[in-house]
Design a protein around this ligand. Structure first.
Ligand code: GUN
Ligand code: ZN
Length: 465
């Protein structure tokens, strides 16, 4: 059914780049979002200027609520749905070994996996994550449960089984042979990629080839996954992995990777140059539709190569705080030209709601040292969790903003449903100034909003709450 949604529209237009985000912040206090019966935004702007063809449509009045774009989480782990906030005390590799590998192994039980799949979708809906790029379970039955639940509940998802062909004893149940790693990934692509519509250009479900990280895969696996990716990327299959998160000298992820592969740089392992001395061993994974999570300790040359290839970065500040990884240097990373999107990294990160992750994002970059310090503008923050996510996933023609022509992924936010928030916003930006003080209003929402304020969530015009 075609419908006009009336409320305070707040978004950053898809025309924006990070540099121009503040010029493209759109705030329409008495706004109309006209959504046609295919779930596309037919009109977005002042209610008073609603075009003729939408005037006969039903109107749902959400005022004094806000209409915000659906949030896009470009890095999150399905089998870590219940892993937030557990005290392990160790940094990345210890945490994986002592906690994450054993926990993810429990997804071999189809009942555990089915419950977790439902819970994972419920959490996403509660926090308005309409699109997510997801590290999946090692177990195909768990993946089937997740794709089926996601489809049933109408969410967008790009996901792949997390591939491990090498690892410590605690990862034993997650490992497969090299041959099986390829065949399972191939089967997942044919079973789930664009399964919902049969066409990647219109689908809500996509598959990503997902080696956990360099330390989890052998050179043979990298070579064969590279071949598979090159075969599949034309049909819109994605690639994701972790990159350069933990650089403790000698013992961390970066040094361990360079020592294991004997490459000149960590990135070479993902760039087809994974044989000793960075000799070519296969095809590169880098390029559009490839997303590297973290990228905290990249060298200038690595950042330049990421940008040059059109590879995107998922920045996960909450997780980086929890795991003591340091933070991705904002200015240096965006100066490379790479697209920087936002990830919760559940369960390294303990916060599902991306505006809360933006809250951490603002604070960590305020605390960078000297010339690296930056006070991110509220429009830049919102851009990172919406338009940049869509760009990272090459979905920016379809989603990321409330511009007309986009598929209608949006949230209805009611500040009055969250104790204190309404009063706070009223004091900071009194109602009569809301249109003029869009930046302050958006900042107050980003910094103060909790999931209680998200009252309805829509994907392609359909309610998923
Ligand atoms: N590196 C390899 N695996 C993981 C993981 O599960 N979480 C995080 N944060 N980093 C990783
Ligand atoms: Zn992660």
């Amino acid at each position: 059914m075609s419908i006009v949604r009336r409320g305070h529209i707040l978004h950053v237009s898809s025309r924006a780049t990070l540099e121009t985000a503040r010029e493209h912040l759109i705030s329409v206090e008495d706004g109309a979002l006209a959504v046609d019966d295919e779930g596309r935004i037919a009109y977005s702007g002042p209610y008073s200027a609603l075009p003729h063809q939408c005037r006969s449509w039903a109107v749902r009045d959400h005022r004094p609520g806000y209409l915000l774009p659906g949030l896009i989480d470009t890095h999150i782990h399905f089998p870590q749905v219940h892993s937030t906030g557990l005290y392990v005390g160790g940094q990345l590799l210890d945490w994986l070994d002592r906690h994450i590998f054993p926990t993810e192994s429990r997804f071999a039980d189809p009942n555990v996996a089915a419950d977790a799949a439902w819970a994972f979708c419920s959490r996403r809906i509660a926090v308005g994550t309409t699109t997510a790029l997801v590290f999946g379970s090692a177990f195909p039955a768990a993946q089937n449960a997740l794709f089926a639940a996601t489809h049933h509940r109408g969410l967008r998802m790009i996901c792949g089984r997390t591939i491990q062909t090498s690892g410590p004893p605690t990862a034993k149940k997650l490992l497969t042979s090299e041959n099986e790693a390829i065949s399972l990934t191939r089967e997942e692509i044919s079973r789930w990629h664009a399964k919902d519509t049969g066409n990647a250009a219109t689908a809500l479900l996509h598959v990503a080839i997902t080696p956990r990280f360099a330390l989890s895969v052998t050179p043979k696996t990298l070579a064969e996954l590279g071949d598979l990716y090159h075969e599949a990327r034309g049909s819109g299959v994605y690639f994701q992995t972790h990159f350069s998160e933990d650089n403790r000298p000698g013992v961390g992820e970066v040094d361990s990777t360079k020592r294991l592969f004997q490459t000149d740089s960590y990135l070479d392992v993902y760039d087809g140059k994974f044989l000793p001395g960075s000799r070519p061993g296969g095809l590169s994974f880098l390029g559009p539709r490839a997303v590297l999570a973290h990228t905290v300790h990249a060298t200038d040359a690595e950042l330049a190569r990421i940008a040059q290839t059109g590879t995107a970065i998922s920045h996960c500040p909450t997780s980086q705080l929890f795991l003591g990884s340091g933070t991705m240097p904002w200015r240096r990373t965006v100066a490379s030209g790479a697209t920087v999107s936002l990830g919760s990294d559940i369960g390294g990160g303990d916060e599902w709601l991306l505006t809360r992750v933006l809250n951490d994002c603002y604070k960590v970059h305020m605390n960078e040292q000297g010339a690296a310090q930056v006070a991110l503008h509220p429009a830049e923050l919102l851009y990172t969790a919406t338009v940049a996510g869509a760009k990272a996933l090459c979905l920016d023609e379809r989603i990321g903003s409330l511009d007309s022509g986009k598929e209608a992924d949006f949230l209805v936010v009611r500040t009055q449903d969250q104790p204190w928030l309404d009063e706070l916003i009223e004091k900071v930006v009194p109602k009569e100034h809301r249109d003029l003080e869009a930046e302050q209003l958006l900042f107050s929402l980003i910094m103060g909003m909790k999931e209680e304020a998200i009252s309805e969530v829509y994907v392609r015009g359909r309610l998923v709450s």
